[in-house]
Ligand binder design. Structure first.
Ligand code: SF4
Ligand code: FES
Length: 242
């Protein structure tokens, strides 16, 4: 298929028909922040952290197709402020206590907060009352940390072929649910399921594996989120060719 070019923050980027702006940016080594989108499960278009400005209009980069000649703004002060606000809304509507969380250092929400330079919340905390489902032999479901990204919903359905997860209720009461009345214990969820592995936060956590990698030595303790995209081989190659 014929490639075309467009620009992201003034840099010339290649795209192919059918690619989203995020996919083309990834290949070019340009990181666009994301939370609901994941390479294994595809985009969900719900968190809006990936918002970019395309020819002057806001669009979600994970679902917006790349197109010839478009002008995309990604790394600007304006978008940084918007992403900080979106991040903050996700953070304050759950109960995230990073210092007690087993996912600390591997949590995409926490890592994104660091990357965006969020030092303190700009909105008041809601402190919702949410429960923990520890009924399953091998997997915890810690609802306090869920950001409703739907990665697990898609992974369970499309990759694990189980449909363990879905959402119930609406608005502020929207909640992750499993497909059995008596909780996770009644499901065929497995600790190795893709649904568990793609959770960006500490909601779906395998049991009996706590702190195998000590705090301080985890991926985002050492590297900024998005490093794997920005340091990709193709990005380096493209740089050499410029
Ligand atoms: S449990 Fe994890 S993957 Fe599933 S919706 Fe919540 S945050 Fe997303
Ligand atoms: S990553 Fe695009 S909307 Fe969530």
């Amino acid at each position: 298929m014929e490639e075309f070019t467009f620009s992201i923050d003034g840099k010339k980027v290649s795209g192919r028909p059918g690619q989203t702006i995020m996919e083309a940016a990834d290949e070019a080594g340009i990181y666009i922040p994301r939370l609901c989108s994941h390479k294994k499960t595809g985009p969900h278009g719900s968190c809006r952290i990936c918002m970019v400005i395309v020819n002057g209009r806001p669009q979600a980069a994970c679902i917006q197709p790349a197109a010839k000649g478009i002008n995309v703004e990604n790394n600007t002060e304006f978008l940084l402020e918007i992403r900080r606000a979106l991040f903050d809304m996700l953070f304050i509507e759950g109960n995230h206590y990073c210092m007690f969380c087993e996912k600390s250092g591997e949590c995409e929400l926490q890592a994104l907060g660091y990357r965006l330079g969020v030092l303190a919340s700009q909105f008041p905390f809601i402190y919702p009352k949410r429960d923990v489902d520890a009924s399953h032999r091998n997997v915890f479901i810690e609802h306090n940390r869920c950001i409703l990204c739907a990665r697990c919903v898609h992974a369970s359905k499309d990759i694990d072929k189980k449909e363990v997860f879905g959402f119930v209720n609406r608005g502020r009461h929207k909640k992750l649910a499993v497909n059995k009345r008596d909780g996770a214990a009644g499901t065929n969820l497995d600790r190795h399921d893709m649904a568990v592995r793609v959770c960006p936060v500490g909601t779906l956590m395998p049991k009996h594996a706590g702190y195998r990698v000590p705090i301080g030595r985890r991926v985002y303790d050492k590297l900024v989120i998005g490093h794997e995209i920005e340091s990709s081989a193709k990005a380096e190659k493209q740089g050499e060719n410029e």
